[in-house]
Design a protein around this ligand. Structure first.
Ligand SMILES: Cc1ncc(COP(=O)(O)O)c(C=O)c1O
Length: 359
């Protein structure tokens, strides 16, 4: 074998089925994707910012994301040198492992949660301790029990994917008090903009404790998933090493320019969040009416307990042109996850779900 023996058992991440693929394979004209927790709205107000960069795309982008860094640092009231931009917040997960893991080091991940932590931990040769969720929520007590001298990073998706549950301010604060300061706590806040009022003030926790990496993204509420841009807020020490080892031009010009414009103009993002919360209520009402069980979600998606295998439901909806996410790969074969889409998409999904249940 010409490659590393330990890589052979890694299962690649399976993204939600792309719209283009479903159209091609099923010869459908209209396909609704409710599978990858994307925003259903194209941020068309960014057209000018996007097209302006056409003038410059023969040149490499600024490696430092100079303007974006400056504006974001001011908004968050942090020092610019404590920020790291990534090709999606996914890249920050990989960079953190690359920088922090030495042979024999362990990471703690919860299960089922965002699968990239585990995949990237394997790629970077970390030992993985898996902590099952309790009642579809992170169990911080169980995580604390898994800590030992080799624990390097604890990954926490807050709010979590695929459950949509979240840990509140006092839960996270009490947890941090219990664990050694040498361990890096990775707070993945990809759904931060959707989170409720008692959500942790993680920037304050970072200031008080150090050794925390907070990640956020432009992919969800800001509707820029296709441009791939996210960021970390961390200590100067960690940010410096992550910025040292990243690719020099990991954030392309268009992503920098659109993210900057989006930060300066939050009207669109706020409207996406308000719309999403409204449509989530529509889902809750409809799902309750159908006798399906679910938990309220702090994100832009809902996890539904279907009580039986969801593979056939997935196929049925796919033929109708609606893509949802089954969760067998997460060990939840009887659950599905549905992202809030446009009102007409959500309505269609509910109608087809009713048809399926009547069969
Ligand atoms: C919990 C969580 N973290 C990170 C990401 C990755 O987001 P990005 O598009 O910023 O790489 C996702 C995307 O679905 C997610 O659900």
């Amino acid at each position: 074998m010409i490659y590393r023996d330990d890589l052979k058992n890694i299962k690649p991440y399976q993204p939600g089925k792309p719209i283009e693929e479903v159209k091609r394979e099923l010869r459908l004209k209209k396909v609704y994707k409710l599978a990858s927790n994307e925003s259903p709205f194209s941020p068309k107000y960014l057209k000018k910012a996007l097209l302006a960069e056409l003038e410059n795309i023969n040149r490499y982008p600024e490696s430092s994301c100079f303007y974006l860094r400056k504006v974001l640092a001011k908004e968050l009231k942090v020092k610019p040198e404590t920020l790291v931009f990534g090709n999606g917040s996914d890249e920050i997960i990989a960079l953190s492992l690359r920088a922090l893991i030495s042979e024999g080091d362990e990471v703690i991940v919860s299960y089922p949660s965002f699968l990239i932590y585990e995949i990237q931990a394997k790629i970077h040769g970390a030992k993985i301790k898996k902590v099952p969720l309790r009642n579809l929520k992170y169990s911080l007590d169980d995580i604390a029990k898994k800590i030992n001298k080799r624990t390097k990073i604890i990954f926490i998706a807050n709010p979590d994917n695929p459950t949509g549950s979240y840990l509140n301010s006092s839960q996270v604060r009490n947890f941090l008090k219990k664990i050694p300061k040498s361990i890096v706590v990775f707070l993945d806040e990809a759904y931060f903009e959707f989170a409720p009022k008692d959500f942790p003030k993680s920037l304050k926790l970072l200031k008080e404790r150090g050794n925390i990496i907070i990640t956020r993204t432009f992919s969800k509420a800001y509707s820029l998933a296709g441009l791939r841009i996210g960021y970390a807020i961390t200590t100067k020490e960690i940010a410096t090493i992550l910025n040292t080892i990243r690719e020099p031009f990991n954030i392309n010009r268009i992503a920098q320019s659109c993210a900057l414009t989006a930060l300066k103009n939050k009207k669109f993002m706020r409207a996406v969040v308000a719309f999403t919360n409204n449509e989530k209520n529509y889902f809750y009402n409809q799902l309750s009416g159908l006798g399906l069980s679910f938990k309220e979600s702090a994100t832009n998606f809902v996890l539904v307990d279907f009580k039986k295998n969801t593979a056939n439901l997935f196929k049925f909806l796919l033929k109708k042109g609606v893509i949802i996410r089954t969760l067998a790969g997460w060990g939840l074969p009887n659950y599905f996850r549905v992202t809030v889409g446009l009102a007409k998409e959500n309505k269609s999904f509910i109608e087809y779900l009713k048809q399926y249940l009547k069969k």
